[in-house]
Write a protein that binds this ligand. Structure first.
Ligand code: GRF
Length: 322
């Protein structure tokens, strides 16, 4: 199995969602492990539970108004030291500073007890009851600087019963939360290693270039440039090709010297693909959790230039020389 994603959980209180994530990670097939639990309240009951379950806990001092920047600096250092891939907020009752959210962009998830975009913020169950909604529910979403507003990754609706109170509804929504969060987190951390997801991501970048069409190379999905009949391949997905470990993106480098230089300098990023390497295709390893997609985009453009007909590259060359 691929290496598990390293997840840190941030809590402020009970930590029942934290517990659900910890117990789900006990399954051998779970694609994440809980590397660390921490938060803004050193007395949070959830921390004691995590400790009892053998999960590493860091108790940070409760932030005051003045110590807020120091608290978030400490939190950042704690997450870095634990080499965390993804941070899961689970009842973390503090608004994160924008620069923190920015740094962890795409790696920060939260669970919220409503069917977003309805009822951002607090008192969600009371508001759903007051509005006469047929359902309450919960959402797992990506965290962006605006509170409870990032992309929703998954939801569960929970029926509202006659006579429900905010507490009785919250208790049933909590059951749904405990089902939803581990499942969505597992799906989310699996994405970067999935060949289909990688292909979709590459496709979005490749299509930003001119006259790009899809073409296969010996059955592997690829991208070509130029009129359909003469379209020339400039990128190919090699999904564990001939037993290789990588889901690779093959792009054209300038030749063997550049390729061996890059592979020696960064063997975790580049490789010499079987068969293709001999004709100048360099492999970029994309089934990693820390792919720099700007770099991939640059490689696609470079490779596209080597394959594009002169009428398409002429203008670009003029701009380069300028
Ligand atoms: C949950 O309702 C969650 O949706 C919200 O805070 C609560 C945390 O509860 N963000 P617990 O600490 O996980 O039990």
């Amino acid at each position: 199995m691929a290496e598990r994603a390293r997840v840190a959980i941030l809590i402020s209180g009970t930590g029942s969602n934290m517990a659900a994530l910890i117990y789900a990670a006990r399954a051998e097939s779970c694609p994440y492990e809980i590397t660390l639990v921490t938060g803004d309240n050193p007395d949070a009951p959830g921390l004691a539970l995590a400790e009892a379950e053998g999960v590493a806990v860091t108790r940070l001092p409760k932030p005051t108004k003045d110590s807020r920047p120091a608290f978030f600096a400490q939190l950042e250092a704690t997450l870095q030291a634990a080499d965390v891939d993804v941070v899961a907020l689970a009842g973390f009752m503090r608004i994160l500073p924008a620069d923190f959210v920015e740094r962890w962009s795409g790696k920060l998830l939260n669970i919220h007890p409503s069917l977003l975009p309805r009822y951002r913020g607090l008192d969600t169950h009371a508001r759903a009851l007051e509005a006469g909604d047929p359902h309450g529910g919960c959402s797992v979403h990506l965290v962006t600087p605006e509170v409870d507003s990032g992309e929703v990754l998954g939801q569960v609706a929970v029926a509202i019963l006659t006579g429900d109170t905010p507490d009785s509804l919250a208790a049933r929504v909590r059951i749904a939360e405990h089902q939803l969060y581990p499942r969505i987190l597992a799906d989310y951390v699996s994405r970067p290693l999935d060949a289909g997801w990688i292909e979709t991501r590459v496709d979005a970048l490749a299509r930003r270039l001119a006259e790009v069409t899809r073409k296969t190379s010996h059955g592997s999905p690829g991208w070509a440039v130029g009129p359909e009949k003469t379209a020339k391949l400039f990128a190919i997905i090699a999904d564990h090709h001939h037993g290789e470990e990588a889901v690779g993106l093959l792009v054209k480098a300038s030749g063997a010297d550049e390729m061996t230089g890059l592979i020696e300098a960064r063997p975790e990023h580049y490789y010499w693909p079987k068969y293709y390497g001999a004709s100048g295709w360099l492999g970029l390893k994309l089934n990693r959790r820390d792919v720099d997609w700007d770099e991939v985009s640059d490689w696609l453009e470079r490779s596209w230039r080597t394959a594009a007909p002169p009428r398409l590259t002429r203008l670009l060359r003029a701009a380069d020389d300028f």
